[in-house]
Write a protein that binds this ligand. Structure first.
Ligand code: AMP
Ligand code: TRP
Length: 337
């Protein structure tokens, strides 16, 4: 996507997205977010972040956090994010993210944050007195990530749309008070991939933090594990393979099949006419395993050093943009710099 600026210079619009380096990245992360990035990086100036400061809003083991941060970078690369096209970096390595988050905190209202469903879900299990302030404030940091770079589009899964709405609200509020400073971003969903449900419960999203590993297919699961998990995946009543809203478990499995095989839902329905769940599940497990095998082979071939070098040069490249935006913000607010 290209836009013409005042000086008639054609510039590419920018996209920004991020994933937390916690838990096991799964098919939902891939189909909801990363798969879109791979396609969009050739049409947009792309920035993909590993949001470690978001991950620490719930307790993380330091050794695991370091390991996961590198692993997520490698997953981006193995999934086809091209470091010559897109910028990859770690959120904490560009300090302006936290600086802008503080400033946006002074614009955000309790009412804005109290309605966030992710916060309500994540904090539901704890007593109010013990819920972390960082967890509550998390969407404001996310708004800072997005607004710092004049992001036009944010390619994410469905669960993040409410957070992007907050980024839009904060951008508009700041602009109204201090003058045009931030681009008002828009979310971008991938079609069926936008919300992949849990294999053990099709009423809840597939999630890294699920209690059971039978909830998700991890991007690092081996073929045998994939077969086991698909075999155990819950199904609906009846034995017909049809795509319909009153068969939510099957609908989710067909979505995954469609997105990874390129076959349409109609083709799948035809293929399994007169056959049952057994055949369907066996084939689905193979489709997933065949997608994961080359992905995992690429993942294995990326060294820590290579990933680290890409992340460092990404942060170097992106920092001046963040600094320039912070100067504009401070100037408008009357903060000396
Ligand atoms: P997270 O795992 O919360 O760090 O999410 C990283 C990205 O994956 C975000 O863009 C999410 O919207 C997306 N995502 C997470 N879970 C799912 C899911 N079950 N279905 C589709 N997208 C998802
Ligand atoms: N909150 C997002 C998630 O859990 C991750 C994230 C943080 C993000 N900052 C972002 C996504 C900026 C898009 C843009 O999935």
């Amino acid at each position: 996507m290209k836009t013409i600026t005042e000086k008639n210079k054609v510039t590419m619009q920018r996209i920004f997205s991020g994933i937390q380096p916690s838990g096991n990245l799964h098919l939902g992360n891939y189909l909801g977010a990363i798969k879109q990035w791979e396609q969009l990086q050739y049409e947009y100036e792309s920035i993909f972040c590993i949001v470690d400061l978001h991950a620490i809003t719930v307790p993380q083991d330091p050794i695991e956090l370091r390991k996961k941060t590198l692993e997520v970078a490698k997953i981006y690369l193995a999934a086809g994010v091209n470091p010559d096209k897109a910028t990859l970096f770690v959120q904490s390595q560009v300090k302006e993210h936290t600086e802008l988050a503080w400033i946006l905190n002074t614009m955000a209202r309790l009412g804005d944050l109290e309605k966030m469903t992710q916060f309500k879900d994540k904090s539901a299990k704890s007593e109010k007195e013990t819920v972390g302030v960082g967890l509550f404030d998390y969407p404001v940091l996310m708004a800072a990530d997005i607004l710092l770079y004049d992001t036009a589009l944010v390619p994410v899964g469905q669960d993040q749309i409410q957070h992007i709405e907050l980024a839009r609200t904060l951008a508009k509020r700041f602009n109204a008070r201090f003058g045009e400073t931030f681009t008002v971003p828009q979310g971008k969903l991938s079609d069926e991939g936008a919300l992949i449900m849990g294999l053990d419960d099709p009423t809840k999203k597939m999630s890294k933090s699920a209690a059971s590993e039978y909830n998700y297919i991890s991007l690092t699961d081996e073929a045998e594990m994939v077969r086991k998990k698909i075999k155990k995946a819950v199904t609906d009543s009846g034995s017909e393979i049809v795509y319909s809203d009153d068969k939510p478990a099957l609908k989710n499995l067909i979505n995954i099949y469609t997105l990874l095989s390129g076959k349409t839902k109609e083709e799948i329905a035809k293929l399994y006419q007169g056959k049952g769940y057994g055949d369907f599940k066996n084939d689905l497990a193979e489709v997933i395993a065949n997608f994961l095998a080359p992905f995992q082979a690429r993942l294995k071939n990326i060294s820590d050093d290579e990933a680290l070098a890409i992340l460092h040069s990404g942060a170097e490249k992106i920092r001046p943009l963040a600094q320039k935006k912070m100067q504009a913000v401070k100037e408008r607010m009357g903060i000396l710099f």
